[in-house]
Design a binder for this molecule. Structure first.
Ligand SMILES: Nc1ncnc2c1ncn2[C@@H]1O[C@H](COP(=O)(O)OP(=O)(O)O)[C@@H](O)[C@H]1O
Ligand SMILES: [Mg+2]
Length: 246
């Protein structure tokens, strides 16, 4: 493993009964990179996130984060090591305020010896960064979809992660909202010194933000390269033909 790899996914497999949802997938991620992860519906993207973040244990292979094997650790342990994520289906605490939703994540960092006032300060900053300041006291359920997705990002950031896994945080957004989301990601990456894996179906978004793209199909990695290389790859084009638009 090269020294500057933040995350190494080494031949990781996850099965559900007879279905191999993730099949011997290898991914290396350098610190500071933005990696796009794409593939048709059901190709294993969310499952791979679930394995990396500890919701599922891998059935094979190794996951190394900051040089340490994290495969099979519980989600809260992995979160504490510095991996934050969003969920494809947003699930805030609906009857809690926007601020409280962010604080729930923020307080999780108290183990680092941070005082509550410092955590509150950080959460307030995240409210501003994600443009939710005007919604601070609103119930999370009352937010628009775009706001809920920004809240998901704020909650993930409140964990103080080094690696952020974003699962379709732009799905269902308007053209303008997607542009705003792209700007937000670029900004938080810089401000919080993040490394990011982005799963996204909106091709113009993934192509513009990713330095490198990994393509999954039926659980396997079928291609990897620059956005241009991947978009011209025969096997990638074949995988998408006859399927729902990517
Ligand atoms: N908890 C689960 N139990 C059984 N099958 C699952 C589960 N989660 C995902 N799958 C299956 O694994 C495959 C990959 O799903 P998923 O990772 O959600 O794909 P993607 O995010 O690329 O659309 C699909 O066939 C899906 O039905
Ligand atoms: Mg998915």
């Amino acid at each position: 493993m090269s020294q500057d790899n933040l995350l190494v996914v080494d031949s990781v497999t996850k099965r559900f009964g007879g279905l191999v949802a993730v099949n011997k997938v290898d991914i290396q991620l350098k610190k500071g990179e933005i990696l796009g992860l794409i593939g048709p519906n059901g190709s294993g993207k969310t499952t791979l996130f679930n394995v990396i973040s500890g919701l599922y244990s891998p059935d094979g292979g190794n996951i190394t984060f900051k040089g340490e094997n994290i495969g099979g650790l519980k989600p809260h342990k992995i979160a504490r090591k510095g991996i934050g994520r969003t969920f494809q289906v947003v699930r805030p605490f609906g009857d809690m305020s926007v601020m409280d939703n962010i604080m729930v994540s923020g307080l999780f960092t108290a183990y680092k010896g941070k005082e509550k006032s410092k955590i509150e300060e950080h959460c307030h900053e995240l409210l501003k960064v994600t443009n939710l300041e005007h919604r601070v006291d609103a119930e999370a359920d009352s937010l628009s979809l775009a706001e809920k997705r920004r809240l998901e990002i704020a909650r993930a950031l409140a964990l103080d992660p080094n690696l952020l896994l974003l699962d379709e945080t732009m799905a269902g957004l308007t053209h303008t909202e997607v542009d705003e989301a792209l700007k937000l990601l670029t900004r938080v990456k810089r401000e919080y010194d993040l490394t990011i894996i982005v799963v996204e179906h909106i091709m113009r978004a993934i192509m513009s933000i990713s330095e490198r793209i990994v393509v999954l199909n039926e659980g396997r990695k079928i291609a990897e390269g620059t956005p241009k290389e991947v978009s011209e790859n025969e096997e990638v084009l074949k995988a998408y033909i006859g399927r729902k638009a990517i």
